[in-house]
Design a protein around this ligand. Structure first.
Ligand code: TRP
Ligand code: ZN
Length: 493
């Protein structure tokens, strides 16, 4: 899904597989009508003048990567996904996952074939607009060749039936990402990639899409996902849990968690709030206490960042010693229990909830700009510490500034240092330096206008610099150059 300016949504709002882009209709491209199949009966008359003007489709394979300079194999070219509809079943006894993924997308070129990222699992049948397509698996790519090419700007639907034993991606310098099996269930989690271990996906944040998940698990287990809970059905010893994330979501922000949990459901600010604590942890212990503060902490952040941008609230705690981190999975961050061993550490909650504005609603266009996620989430920690009366934002800044190693530029950290200390702390210091340069009123306005203007969108560092210059009326190139890209200590702001 591409964030298009309002008024430019005509192509994506056309319903059904027989819908055609207006441009193709006007040009009367007969090939376009035949290409997807089943829709030729209503083709408009092709006038001699229009057929002379119409360029013939130039079918070519979509590329096997979306073009991210840090991760050339991530994502795929030639199409833009609008939605993933997953109907899956997981059997914890065998560790097997299977079902169907229905993917609605629009071609961004004339496609002779297209790829999905898909790791360890096996596709048994693939259709494109209801017709059997050829599917080949090559490493972590699923290569789909439809019977006919898919014409540019045309919506199409791919259904993949698949199954197997999911496993994490280990070819990742940044650690393990993806599906992890537990003794009674499993979960999928990881940044910058994880989704391809449980469904076929255009696995890059620049192609956001909505998601509907129906996950069937044995009775007695819980299955948590992103967004708003849907109906639950039980039949023959299995229960299907459904979750709908209606806001566009970057694929690494999708998650599913299966196990034995105590789930709390409530309404916060008129939206569903779902938190979950594993049964292995005390129901009123520090992890539960931290989750209980989710609404309060989100409301505090909203005073700085503007209205909460998503359709649901929540959080899931995982009691698994392989999870020594937290991740801002959309609407429902996942927290390793390590954060809540002795106290209900609200700082990590503030960090992950800040990502719902910065990282999730406003997502990256390319991984290089990761400081736009982590720098803001770290700055949010500083705001929280000040709110709690523990230390001011200025004190947080000074503690980092004194003795910092300035060698790594947060604006271009390199793929292997995507989550290095510079991205988090110097990213936050950059925001503090900006605040000093443009003054508190302009900075406060920017912290709200940025997530409002780019809600559900994708951004780059250049977009943020432009927004800061607009909010302040100042030329800020030098400041950002020094703070994001320099390798020596910037002057004290
Ligand atoms: N984005 C996470 C955070 O700062 C950190 C993170 C990076 C992470 N890579 C990860 C978490 C992989 C889980 C898995 O909140
Ligand atoms: Zn973070």
């Amino acid at each position: 899904m591409t964030a298009a300016p309002a008024g430019d949504r005509s192509l994506r709002s056309l319903p059904g597989p027989c819908a055609r882009p207006l441009a193709a209709l006007r040009a009367g491209i007969v090939v376009a009508l035949l290409a997807v199949g089943g829709c030729s009966a209503d083709k408009p008359p092709a006038g001699p003048a229009s057929s002379a003007r119409a360029p013939a489709p130039q079918f070519a394979p979509g590329s096997a990567g979306i073009g991210d300079p840090y991760f050339p194999t991530y994502g795929n070219g030639g199409y833009d996904v609008a939605s993933y509809d997953l109907k899956l079943r997981y059997d914890p006894t065998s560790g097997k996952l299977g079902g169907t993924a229905t993917i609605q997308a629009t071609a961004t070129q004339d496609l002779s074939r297209l790829n999905f990222d898909f790791a360890h699992l096996t596709a048994s049948a693939v259709t494109v607009d209801g017709r059997q397509a050829q599917a080949k698996q090559d490493g972590n790519e699923l290569v789909v060749t439809p019977e006919h090419g898919v014409v540019r700007d045309r919506p199409f639907t791919v259904v993949v039936r698949y199954g197997g034993k999911p496993a994490p991606l280990t070819n990742n310098e940044l650690g393990v990402g993806g599906w992890m099996r537990t003794k009674d269930g499993g979960f999928a989690l990881g940044e910058p990639e994880s989704a391809s271990t449980w469904y076929p996906v255009n696995d890059h944040p620049s192609d956001k899409a909505t998601m509907t998940l129906a996950m069937t698990v044995p009775d007695g287990l819980e299955a948590l996902g992103n967004g708003v809970p849907g109906p639950r059905h039980t039949a023959a010893g299995w229960t299907t849990w459904t979750w709908v994330e209606a806001a566009p979501m970057a694929s690494y922000l999708s998650t599913v968690v299966i196990g034995q949990f105590q789930i709390k459901t409530s309404t916060h600010q008129g939206k569903p709030m779902i938190t979950a604590i594993p049964d292995s942890l005390p129901a009123d212990g520090p992890a539960a206490q931290a989750m209980a503060r989710t609404g309060e902490i989100a409301d505090f952040l909203a005073t700085h960042f503007g209205p909460y941008p998503l359709d649901a609230y929540g959080g899931v705690v995982l009691d698994d010693n392989r999870v020594g981190y937290a991740l801002e999975t959309q609407t429902r961050p996942v927290y390793g229990s390590v954060f809540f061993r002795t106290a209900p550490n609200p700082i990590v909650v503030a960090h992950e909830l800040a990502h719902q504005w910065f990282g999730d609603s406003v997502a990256l266009e390319r991984w290089r700009d990761i400081w736009l996620n982590e720098g803001f989430a770290t700055y949010a920690e500083w705001l929280w510490l000040e709110h709690e009366g523990r230390q001011t934002v200025q004190q947080s800044f000074e503690r980092q500034y004194a003795g910092f190693d300035w060698h790594e530029p947060p604006g271009n950290p390199g793929a292997d240092d995507l989550f290095g200390v510079a991205v988090y702390q110097r990213g936050a210091m950059t925001l503090y330096a900006l605040r000093k340069a443009i003054g508190d009123p302009a900075f406060a306005a920017l912290l709200k206008s940025w997530p409002a203007e780019h809600r559900n969108g994708n951004v780059t560092t250049a977009d943020f610099i432009a927004a800061a210059e607009k909010a302040s009326g100042k030329d800020l190139d030098k400041l950002f150059q020094v703070w994001l890209f320099g390798t020596t200590r910037p002057p004290h702001p």
